[in-house]
Design a protein around this ligand. Structure first.
Ligand code: CA
Length: 263
C-alpha cells in the first residue's frame, strides 16, 4: 500500500489554480502500477495504490479519492465486486481496466456503475486523457461555471429542472423521483441532464458519448445503451412516468410519458 505523495502545497491557493486530484489505483500487476503511477504523477495527480480488492475498498473509504482506476482481475475480491461495493455508498468516478475483450465483461462493469473502461493493453496517455476528461466533467458540473446559488426565480429555473415526478438539481447533482432522492453515477447524471435540458430533441449515441465524455470517444454505442438502461431503471423504479424514449436505430430523447400497463 502506497499513500499519497506529500505534494499538497496548494492549501490557500485561489480556486482557479489547479488542485492536485487524487487517483486511487486498484491493480495487482506491478508493471501496470508502475506505468500508471509514472504517467499520472507526471500529469500532476496524487496517487494511492491498493494491490487487492479489500485494500482498495479500505483505501477508498479512508482517502475519498477523486477517481478510482479499477482492474477487474484482482485477488480476493474482484473488480466487479469492488465496483458494486463502492457504488453502494459513493459516486466516485470509476474507470475500469479489463484484460478481457468480452463485451459481457465491459457491460457488466458499466452496469455496476463504472463510468468508463479501457481494455488492456492500453496506452498510458490514453488512460491519462480519459482520467482528465472524467474529472473535468465531474468538476465542471460541481464547479464555478454555474451561477451562484440564489433564491431568485430566474437562477432557480436555470439550475433546477422540474418535470412531473422528477426534479434535477444541477449544482447539487441531486435527482429526486416523486420526492425521493435517487443515487446516480456521475455518468448517469450527466446523461440525464444533457437529455433533460433539451426535451424532445433526439441525441445520437455519438453525440451523447462525445458530449458526456468530452472527447472523441472510441467505445462502441453499447456503452451508452448500458448507461441509459441503468439510468432508466433507477428513474422508473418507483414511478409511473417514463422519461427516456429510444429512437430506433438513432439514439434517445427525453420526454415525459405515463407508463403503459403492459411494457
Ligand atoms: Ca489483475
Amino acid at each position: 500500500m502506497i499513500l499519497y505523495d506529500d505534494t499538497r502545497c496548494c492549501r490557500g491557493w485561489r480556486l482557479e489554480l489547479k488542485m492536485s486530484k487524487k487517483v486511487l489505483i486498484i491493480e495487482d500487476e506491478e508493471g501496470i502500477i508502475h506505468l500508471l503511477s509514472l504517467y499520472l504523477k507526471d500529469a500532476g495527480y496524487e496517487i494511492a495504490v491498493a494491490k487487492d480488492g479489500a485494500d482498495g475498498l479500505a483505501l477508498h473509504a479512508r482517502l475519498h479519492p477523486d477517481i478510482v482506476i479499477l482492474d477487474i482481475m484482482l485477488p480476493a475480491i474482484d473488480g466487479f465486486e469492488v465496483c458494486r461495493r463502492i457504488r453502494a455508498w459513493s459516486n466516485t468516478p470509476i474507470l475500469m481496466l479489463t484484460a478481457r475483450v468480452s463485451e459481457d465483461d465491459r457491460i457488466e462493469g458499466l452496469d455496476l456503475g463504472a463510468d468508463d473502461y479501457l481494455v488492456k493493453p492500453f496506452s498510458p496517455r490514453e488512460l491519462v486523457s480519459r482520467v482528465r476528461a472524467i474529472l473535468r466533467r465531474v468538476g465542471n458540473s460541481e464547479g464555478g461555471e454555474s451561477p451562484p446559488s440564489s433564491s431568485s426565480p430566474t437562477s432557480e429555473a436555470a439550475t433546477v429542472l422540474r418535470f412531473p415526478g422528477l426534479t434535477i438539481d444541477l449544482p447539487a447533482r441531486r435527482v429526486e423521483v416523486n420526492g425521493s432522492e435517487i443515487a446516480l453515477t456521475p455518468t448517469e447524471f450527466d446523461l440525464l441532464v444533457l437529455l433533460a435540458q433539451s426535451p424532445g430533441r433526439v441525441f445520437t449515441r455519438e453525440i451523447l458519448m462525445n458530449k458526456v465524455w468530452g472527447y472523441d470517444y472510441l467505445g462502441d454505442g453499447h456503452t451508452i445503451d448500458v448507461h441509459i438502461s441503468a439510468l432508466r431503471k433507477k428513474l422508473e423504479a418507483n414511478s409511473e412516468q417514463r422519461y427516456i424514449t429510444t429512437v430506433w436505430r438513432v439514439g434517445y430523447r427525453f420526454e415525459v410519458k405515463v407508463r403503459s400497463p403492459v411494457s
